[in-house]
Write a protein that binds this ligand. Sequence first.
Ligand SMILES: Nc1nc2c(ncn2[C@@H]2O[C@H](COP(=O)(O)OP(=O)(O)OP(=O)(O)O)[C@@H](O)[C@H]2O)c(=O)[nH]1
Ligand SMILES: [Mg+2]
Length: 442
Amino acid sequence: MKYTFDTICAIATPLSTGGIGVIRISGENAFTIVQNIFNKKIVPKVINHGWIINENKKIDEVIILPFIAPHSYTGENVAEIQTHGSPVVINEVLNLVLKQGARLAQRGEFTKRAFLNHKIDLSQAEAVLDLINAKTSKSAHGAANNLSGSLKVKIEEIKTQISEILGKIIASLDFPEDVAEVEHCEIAEKIRNTINDINEILKNARVHNILRQGIKVAVAGRPNAGKSSLFNALLNLDRAIVTEIEGTTRDTITETLDLNGISTTLIDTAGIREQSFDKVEKIGIEQSRLAIEQADIVLCLYDGQCGLGEYDKEIFALAKDKKHIMVRTKCDLCSKSNNKNEISISSITREGIKELKQEIYQQIIGLNPTENEFLTNQRHQSCLRSALEALNNALEGAERNEMQDLISIDLKTALTSLGEISGEVITDNILNNIFENFCIGK
Ligand SMILES: Nc1nc2c(ncn2[C@@H]2O[C@H](COP(=O)(O)OP(=O)(O)OP(=O)(O)O)[C@@H](O)[C@H]2O)c(=O)[nH]1
Ligand SMILES: [Mg+2]
């Protein structure tokens, strides 16, 4: 693969009013470009304080941080200009940098260069994106661990195990007189260990996907069941309108919250009733049905004062094929349920809210989730599954005492699949897919 490394620039901070704005420039000409618009001689490795100048006019008082290659994020010469946080000023400085010959960076191009310059591997580059996009501290911690190289180290460990067996097989094939053939049972034993290690990572794939993607929780029930009140109580916010009038909520309302570490999209729905009074309510009820259909888990609310009626059951039948939790509401006004399959709550006293959150977490993640030191994404999982398939073929071969050069082909395939995770073996297509999800400036 051939890459051209011209000098790129971008605004690295959100383009809105703030304390500071950062413009990042990376490439061979980074320092020359910045020097041409700065009023003092830039000293490398030092915090430079001065003014950005355009045709003798002072544009902004800034700080310039020069990082000399390879000691920078991208591994190239990098200059970061810290301006005052005005979108007008940031844009003006960016335009001056562009005029000096830098090119506007594409999405994720700084991180892509860090990868291509071997500053980080591909799993770490993906972790940068995950860290920026993390919605909960749990997913941020998983991403930070990947960034620090946890996944990379684990994959390297597995690759080393495979390489060791492969090395022994190849040595005995190439030098049959000097090196004894490895016992098939020894090969099989080592492959089994490797398979176990990969299975251990894949065991947590479902949880990893949930932590990365989040879940959708719909609050459903008939009018006045207390849906909007629970919605507000879970959010700790007076977000949805609550009244004693049936049919108060007319439209689905969506908010996100951190539910015990899972990024959760909570959806309040319009109460479902047979006889809706107008066109707007009919559309709202249709949306409620859709929200139930699309949710990962549905909270089925019924009013504890009225008890569970036939019509409530009809509504809850919409969620019968998916994860759902029966919730008896307004327990400050009535008796609590004895039914172990229900949770009694009061949105006024907040009784049962914590238990409800815990129940959602358990239904989604399971009872005893393993704490993970790293997160895998679907790309990693698919590489791991390919490696597993090749290793299983190799194991079968070893158990059948097959020719060892055939076994070695499967072991090489497994190594190639694992190499895709770190980006050792990678195509331009995969690279572009990963980096086009980044923001500009990262
Ligand atoms: N005492 C008590 N009242 C509640 C509780 N939850 C809801 N209510 C009351 O029940 C009524 C209906 O509450 P909402 O949350 O608006 O009910 P809803 O299910 O969203 O109703 P629609 O939007 O019409 O479908 C309001 O008067 C609330 O104050 C509760 O836990 N305790
Ligand atoms: Mg409501």
